[in-house]
Design a protein around this ligand. Sequence first.
Ligand SMILES: Cc1cc2nc3c(=O)[nH]c(=O)nc-3n(C[C@H](O)[C@H](O)[C@H](O)COP(=O)(O)OP(=O)(O)OC[C@H]3O[C@@H](n4cnc5c(N)ncnc54)[C@H](O)[C@@H]3O)c2cc1C
Ligand code: SF4
Length: 327
Amino acid sequence: MLRLPKFRYLQPKSINEAIRIMADSGPDAMFVAGGTDLYPNMKRRQQTPKVVIGLAQIKDLCTVKGQPKEGMVLGASNTLSDVTADRRIQRAYPAVAKAAELISTPLLRNMGSIGGNLLLDTRCNYYDQNYEWRKAIHFCMKKDGEICWVAPSSPRCWAVQSSDCAPVMVAIGAKVKLVSSSGERVISAAELYNDDGIRHLNKRPDELMIEIHLPPVNGWRATYWKLRRRGSFDFPVLGVATSLKLSEDGTVEDSKIILGGVGSHPVEAVAAQKVIAGKKLTEDVIREAAQAAYQPAKPLDNTDFAMTWRKEMARFYVSGTLRELAT
Ligand SMILES: Cc1cc2nc3c(=O)[nH]c(=O)nc-3n(C[C@H](O)[C@H](O)[C@H](O)COP(=O)(O)OP(=O)(O)OC[C@H]3O[C@@H](n4cnc5c(N)ncnc54)[C@H](O)[C@@H]3O)c2cc1C
Ligand code: SF4
């Protein structure tokens, strides 16, 4: 059985107290919400904070405010089950509700938070192993080692962005609010992510994510399709989040097509967006866009399934999302 290492657990009751404890604790501290990502990582010694700051008692992180017309603000500690069950989110932001509902199992969705999901660690077959397994291969660049076993001559880590909600938040243009003892900032979900398996977040460790801002719906429609081996439980090996603004006659006025699980960050399929801009979504246009979206999908051999098949599936999933939104 894998055991947690020793750590000090502190449970602030307010956002200000959480920020103060983090500032006092220094770089060895981490926040925890549901713990469904952090605690398994600690058991495998991938992350080893000496101080863990639990967010469970902070009621201000569990609010849902606003209306779809003006935009909604979700507290970062809302559980995935809360997000899935919220009628306003189901109706106005179905892609968010769907992505949250497709995560793991009901038990984990009852614990796991939307904020924790957006800040999920990147994943790799050579990293998501216990300490002894990783030690046997002399570890890897992401933790305790020097080499990348996926691409040994590479100077960077290619661990995979595996959060289901991340591509959706980027596709719909959501923003996140981060606070720390040095102030607060609001950045777009797209800015939150870096194309680097180790430094995958543009967020300092001392910054607490307090809110996720969903933009006004304003005629946009979005969906999310997830590829995984088992129909429950598994992380995505490909996730396609597509968001479209269509005119009354079905012409694409604006779009975002974001691929998850194919790189270290959510990848924008820019060429595919250009293909559909100003056009109606006929079968020919959809085929051309899917072909264009297939190019930037560059999965490596470090998660489930053959990488060539995952790349090929990007084409089918992009077509599927476009067909769904066109009808
Ligand atoms: C068996 C299994 C299957 C899973 N399947 C999926 C899946 O299919 N799709 C998927 O997307 N995820 C999956 N997960 C991962 C995880 O359950 C979810 O991503 C969940 O939403 C994480 O939320 P959490 O609150 O538990 O995060 P935590 O473990 O509490 O935190 C995750 C990270 O975010 C940080 N953090 C959390 N909240 C904040 C905050 N407010 N401010 C700053 N930092 C914060 C923590 O320090 C940590 O680094 C799976 C996990 C398991 C164990
Ligand atoms: S991509 Fe390479 S460096 Fe990154 S976790 Fe995997 S093996 Fe390690």
